[in-house]
Design a protein around this ligand. Structure first.
Ligand code: HEM
Length: 438
């Protein structure tokens, strides 16, 4: 069962649902008994359970080795609520608008380096862009040696090979046989990332104590000043864990969504044409529908889950305490009763009040754990898509669609979303590159 699940979770869920219906149980190594519910009705019931009963942190405990023990993503109950309240403000509203210019300039800077007529994987490119963006939003670092080293090291703690992943689930597999062994290499890199982050936190704390020091608007500065309801600030460990979580959760996901949007757009010429027309008229409504449709047809994660602290009734089934309940978005988003002709890429389904919304469109999960980076991710998608479409004409390197493939916890285009630049549309002067490169 696990062997079929691990390499391609989306296909696994689709096959099991076709065989057993929208509610089934399975025994999985590492997870124990899981209960899968592939209906919006069940999603709504699960997501409306109190956070003390439906425990999302327990469901993602595999992330503790990288994200840390105090990270919002692995926390539950009151602690989860406290951390959510602290991290949400910097990720919303006007604060986000300020970063749009940076995203655009960083994208233009990258476009300048793209070869014409030679295929390349767009996902690697978008990952470079989104990693720069999230690093900038989080740290706004001026110390370029530290930020350069951090950006180089980060992929090593996200791109986990299977030997390291084993160490996440069993302490016995954490074999540190020196810097050449997989776990030894991972541990050293993670320790160095921690050292760099703690140094940055220490510098900021010092700066905050200096009267008249320049005020900064990055996330770290905001989190350092944030207080919970009891007036308590975050400890260094709590800060480190939230920052690493944002870095992990906040760049690969967005990069993958952008590459899927292009993978679909470039193979659906009528949609691309309509989008180019709308953009040339300054109308962003269709772009938003394209983004929603890309996130529907190719959600970046196959499922999200909650471990039940008490027995609960979901979709008429009594699910015992201790069960990991999974909601597979990959199946839900393909329900023909909600999305007619679900395999076709048709952004129009999100226009003219047709938006299903609610518990039927769940690329960002939902309820009290809905992705706190959803607005940032959609802003990045909007700006990167528009900037690319205005500056180059792209084509897929092959007509054949790329298959969804599981890589870590994300579902990526199996050949990296390969594209070819067929034409540069205009040479747009790129201003402020020194700032962008930081
Ligand atoms: C297209 C891009 C993204 C997608 C598809 C995505 C998807 C998700 C999903 C499915 C969850 C689980 C939600 C649940 O269990 O109900 C999640 C959680 C989370 N995401 Fe995102 N995400 C994206 C971008 C981001 C960004 C940009 C950030 C950070 C700035 C971020 C930070 C987080 C965090 C911290 C959590 C844990 C929330 C909690 O446990 O309360 N994500 N995301």
């Amino acid at each position: 069962m696990f062997v079929r699940w691990a390499p391609n979770q989306a296909r696994f869920f689709n096959r099991q649902v076709a065989r057993y219906g929208t509610a089934f149980r399975a025994k999985m190594p590492l997870y124990g008994t899981i209960a899968v519910f592939a209906s919006s009705r069940a999603a709504e019931q699960l997501l409306k359970l109190p956070r003390s009963i439906a425990r999302g942190g327990e469901a993602t405990k595999i992330l503790r080795e990288t994200a840390g023990l105090h990270a919002v993503i692995v926390s539950d109950g009151d602690e989860h609520l406290r951390l959510r309240k602290l991290i949400l403000p910097p990720l919303h509203g006007e604060r986000l608008k300020r970063w749009e210019g940076f995203v655009e300039r960083r994208t233009l800077q990258d476009i300048e380096t793209w070869p014409v007529g030679k295929p390349f994987p767009l996902r690697a490119v978008t990952e470079r862009i989104t990693l720069s963006v999230i690093s900038k939003i989080i740290f706004g670092m001026r110390d370029s040696e530290r930020s350069d080293e951090l950006r180089k090291l980060l992929p090593a703690i996200f791109d986990i090979d299977p030997f390291v992943a084993l160490g996440f689930v069993s302490k016995r597999a954490q074999l540190d046989l020196g810097p050449w062994s997989p776990w030894g290499r991972f541990r050293r890199k993670r320790d160095r990332v921690d050292e760099l982050i703690y140094s940055e936190i220490a510098d900021r704390r010092r700066e905050l104590g200096i009267v008249g020091a320049e005020t900064r608007d990055d996330m770290l500065s905001m989190l350092l000043e944030a207080r919970d309801e009891e007036g308590k600030a975050m400890t260094d460990e709590e800060l480190r864990d939230q920052l690493v979580t944002m870095l992990i959760a906040g760049h690969e996901t967005t990069a993958t969504s952008i590459s899927w949007a292009f993978e679909r757009l470039l193979r659906t010429p009528e949609v691309l044409e309509r989008l180019l027309g709308a953009l040339s008229e300054g109308d962003a409504t269709y772009l938003d529908a394209v983004i929603k449709e890309a996130l529907r047809i190719r959600p970046v994660t196959a499922q999200f889950g909650r471990v039940l602290a008490e027995e609960a009734v979901i979709d008429g089934w009594a699910v015992p305490a201790g069960t990991l309940v999974m909601i597979p978005q990959t199946v839900l988003h393909m329900d023909p009763t909600i999305y007619p002709d679900p395999q076709s890429f048709r952004p129009e389904r999100f226009l003219g009040g047709e938006d299903p919304g609610g518990y039927e469109w769940l690329p960002f999960g939902g309820g009290v754990r809905r992705c706190p980076g959803a607005s940032l991710a959609q802003m990045e998608m909007r700006v990167v898509l528009t900037t690319i479409l205005r500056n180059v004409r792209l084509a897929p390197d092959r007509a054949k669609a790329e298959k969804p493939w599981t890589r870590g916890i994300t579902i990526v285009p199996h050949r990296g979303g390969r594209v070819v630049v067929t034409e540069r549309l205009r040479r747009q002067p790129v201003s402020g590159l020194a700032e962008v490169a930081a």
